[in-house]
Design a binder for this molecule. Structure first.
Ligand code: TRP
Length: 347
């Protein structure tokens, strides 16, 4: 039975187990919000059962490309959890936990490493693209190359089947499913379950510069915790149409970041269509559009910002530690089944 159509192309059913996570390398931004967070809240409220809904902070994966700055990773565990709670994730409905508090995940990772080749990991487009933005040159740490395997452990430990992620994570989920099949075939079992991505209608949000995906490290993202003034300043620096100099000039809508964001965040589709028509003809200024976008985004972000300010670090840790205890019980059970399937149980 289909429980809910989450986005236009994704449905979940009553047997689905939802899991997703983020690397704590910075606060979350509008790309995360539209690409995944919003879906998670819908899923959480639809499923309404914390045993079927897991959200976690992937601090160990975060270390794979930030191993020399662990204090940054640790600090951002708290920030990311604040973002989660302020957008509406609720510890009464989702199990929210920290990856490193579940050591079973790392034992699973070791077993899975045997089931995938180094060449396959090197071919993964997500890993390839990430490597290009890092300064590893030819000396790629094996921990980084291996992160899709560790991610397969995260997914399978909770028998999760529905993974709300941005589009860039699709190839990583394919690797996870390959490991699942290889495991089940090799050990003649069906302990592990395949998963499917739950993609948002806007799986990839462009940055305010129009050049690349919104990303904190590129400095081209609107953060969920940006104050009103920063939000306004970022919107007013958005890339539009460089040839649209006078208000009366015809303007280009394609590639114009203000329109991309209006498409993503403004519910009034009719008004957007009218504005686009007017902009193309000429007679509509960027300042008008940027003020409109500011009003829409400020309205969305104000309650999130206000909620965030009320969250204290002690409370955040209590949520994460409680969630991690509950999550660990589930992962322990799966690890037992995995060891049994492999045949390495000694007693
Ligand atoms: N790779 C994800 C990111 O970069 C984080 C992540 C780790 C994840 N394990 C996961 C996402 C399991 C979904 C499922 O944000």
């Amino acid at each position: 039975m289909i429980v809910k159509e989450v986005t236009s192309n994704n449905t979940i059913n009553e047997n689905d187990i939802v899991l997703t996570g983020d690397r704590p390398t910075g606060c979350l931004h509008l790309g995360h919000y539209i690409g995944s967070l919003q879906n998670r809240v819908i899923l959480q409220n639809t499923i309404n059962n914390k045993k079927r809904c897991f959200v976690f902070i992937a601090d160990v994966q975060g270390l794979s490309d930030n191993f020399a700055t662990p204090e940054k990773v640790k600090k951002n565990v708290v920030e990311v959890c604040k973002d989660y709670l302020s957008v509406g994730l609720d510890p009464a409905k989702s199990t929210i936990f920290i990856q490193s508090l579940i050591p079973e995940l790392f034992e699973l990772t070791v077993y899975y490493m045997n089931l995938i080749t180094v060449a396959r990991l090197e071919r993964c487009p997500t890993v390839k693209a990430e490597l290009q933005t890092k300064s590893f040159a030819t000396s790629v740490p094996s921990g980084f190359l291996n992160y899709p395997v560790s991610q397969a452990a995260d997914i399978t430990a909770f028998k999760s089947t529905a993974i709300p992620v941005g589009e860039d994570q699709k190839p990583v989920l394919e690797i996870s499913n390959e490991i699942v099949n290889r495991f089940n075939n090799t050990y003649n079992t069906n302990v592990l379950k395949e998963c499917k991505p739950i993609l948002s209608d806007v799986p990839r949000l462009v940055g305010i510069d129009g050049l690349a995906k919104a990303s904190k490290s590129l400095g081209n993202a609107i953060m969920l915790c940006d104050d009103s003034a920063t939000l306004k300043q970022k919107i007013f620096s958005m890339y539009t149409d460089p040839n649209h100099i006078n208000i009366s000039d015809p303007g280009k809508v394609e590639g114009n970041v203000v329109f991309t964001y209006l498409d993503a965040f403004y519910e009034n589709k009719e008004e957007i269509a009218d504005l686009k028509e007017q902009y193309r003809k000429g007679g509509l200024g960027d300042v008008y559009l940027k003020n409109l976008l500011y009003k829409i985004l400020d309205e969305k972000l104000t309650p999130i910002r206000e909620k965030r300010l009320l969250l204290k670090e002690d409370y955040i840790y209590s949520v994460l530690i409680e969630g991690s205890k509950e999550a660990r019980e589930v992962a322990k059970q799966t690890l037992n089944e995995v060891r049994e399937a492999i045949g390495i149980v000694y007693n």
